[in-house]
Design a protein around this ligand. Sequence first.
Ligand SMILES: Cc1cc2nc3c(=O)[nH]c(=O)nc-3n(C[C@H](O)[C@H](O)[C@H](O)COP(=O)(O)OP(=O)(O)OC[C@H]3O[C@@H](n4cnc5c(N)ncnc54)[C@H](O)[C@@H]3O)c2cc1C
Length: 404
Amino acid sequence: MDLSYSAESDAFRRDVAAFLKANWDAAAAAAAPDRREREAALRRKAVEHGYLYRGIPRQYGGSEQQPDILKAHIIREEFGKARAPMEIPGVGVQMVVPTLLECGSQWQRDFFVARTLNGEFRWAQGYSEPDAGSDLASVRTSAELVDGHWVINGQKTWSSLAHKAHYMFALVRTDRTARKHAGLSYLLLDLKQPGVTIRPLKQITGDAEFCEVFFDNVRTPQDWIVGAPGEGWAVSKTTLSHERSGFIGSAATSVALFGKLVELARHTMLNGRPAIEDPLVRERLGVLDGYVSAHQYSSYRQFSMAAHGQDAGIAPLMNKLVNTRIADDVAAIARDLIGSSLMLAPPLAGGRGAGNEKWVNQFMGSLGLAIAGGTSNIQRNLIAERGLGLPRDPSNADSAVVNA
Ligand SMILES: Cc1cc2nc3c(=O)[nH]c(=O)nc-3n(C[C@H](O)[C@H](O)[C@H](O)COP(=O)(O)OP(=O)(O)OC[C@H]3O[C@@H](n4cnc5c(N)ncnc54)[C@H](O)[C@@H]3O)c2cc1C
C-alpha cells in the first residue's frame, strides 16, 4: 500500500499549516477568557480559506468547495496537530444541516443553517422513546394538525444535551391509521416553550448529558415539518446516514486510546516492576495491538478506495463495531492494571481527573458506545443482512431496522 501524498497534496498541507501558524495559538487560546470568540474568529477565517464547512453553499455560511477527500483529510490532520477548533460539534451541524440541505424547504435552510453553523442555534435529537430505540419506527409521540400548528404530545428519551439545546428535530406519529413507517413525520420544534419538560438523566459516569423530554400540547408551526407528512421515516434515514458517516472508518481514536493504555502499562508497577514487562500484560497488549493495526489499515484502505471513487463494500459497516470493541478491550485491560485505583472517584462527577481516576471515566463511558447510534447487536444485524446478504431475522420482519 502506497501511503505517500502527491506533491500537490503536500503543497496544500503546507498552505493549511501556514494558515494555522498565522492565525491560531492553541496555548494562548486555552488560557484566554475570550476563548470562544477566538474560536469563532478562526472558524470564520477558515471558511474564507475554504477549510471548514466545505460542502455547504456560501449563501448558508459554508465555503462551497468541490468534494475532495484528500484535502478534507489533510485539513483534519493539520487542525488536529495545531489543536485548532474545527466545525462546531454536535447534532446540529452533523445531522440537521445536511438533512435540511437535502430535504428541507427554502425558508428552513435560510433560517436555520447559517445560525446552526455559527453555534447560535443548538439542537437535540428526538428519536428514541422508552419503547422505541432499536425499533425506531415504533415511536408513539404524536402530532396533530390544529389551526396551522402541529400539537405534540408524548415523550422522548436519551436526548443528548437537550437541556442545553434551543431546538429539537423529532420523529413523531402524525397518522395512527397508516402502516408503522408510513405514519411518521419529521418535525422541528422550539424547546423553549410552555409544555416542554426536560429532565436530565444521571449516568454511571456522574455526568447528566441525556435527557427525558416530555411534550404536553407543545406547538410547532405547520411549515416546520421537513418533507411531507408521512415522509418522516425517509427523512430520518437521511439524518442517520450522516450520524455515523463521520470520517471514513477513522481509527484515530482507537490508535490514541491504545497509546494511552501502553503509557499506563509503562508507568504502573506490577509485582515490583513496570506492568509492561509482565508477560501476561504484554500478551494482552499484543493481541489488542493486532486489532488496532488491522483497524488502522482497514481505514487506510477505505480512505484510499473513497479517494478513487470506489465502494468499500462491507468494510464501513464494521467501523463502529470495531471502535466499540477496541474501547471495550482498552477499558478492561486498564481496569486490571489500575486494580484498586478503580475505586478512585474523579474530583468532579463525570470529570476525568489527573491520575488513574480518568480511567474510571473511560471504563464506564465505554459502555455507552456499544449502545449509542445503534447497538452492537443491531450493527451485527446490518453486517449480516446488508453486508453478507444473509436472510433477515424473521422475528424482525416488521420492525425494519432501526436506529442505526
Ligand atoms: C451515549 C448515547 C447517546 C444517545 N443520544 C441519543 C440522542 O441524542 N437522541 C436519541 O433519540 N437517542 C439517543 N440515544 C439512544 C440510542 O439511540 C438508543 O439507546 C439505541 O438505539 C438503543 O435503543 P434502546 O436503548 O431502546 O434499546 P433496545 O432497542 O431496547 O435494545 C435492548 C437490547 O436488545 C437488542 N436488540 C434490540 N433489537 C434487536 C434486533 N432487532 N436484533 C438484535 N438485537 C436487538 C439491542 O442490541 C440491545 O442489546 C443515545 C444513546 C446513548 C448510549
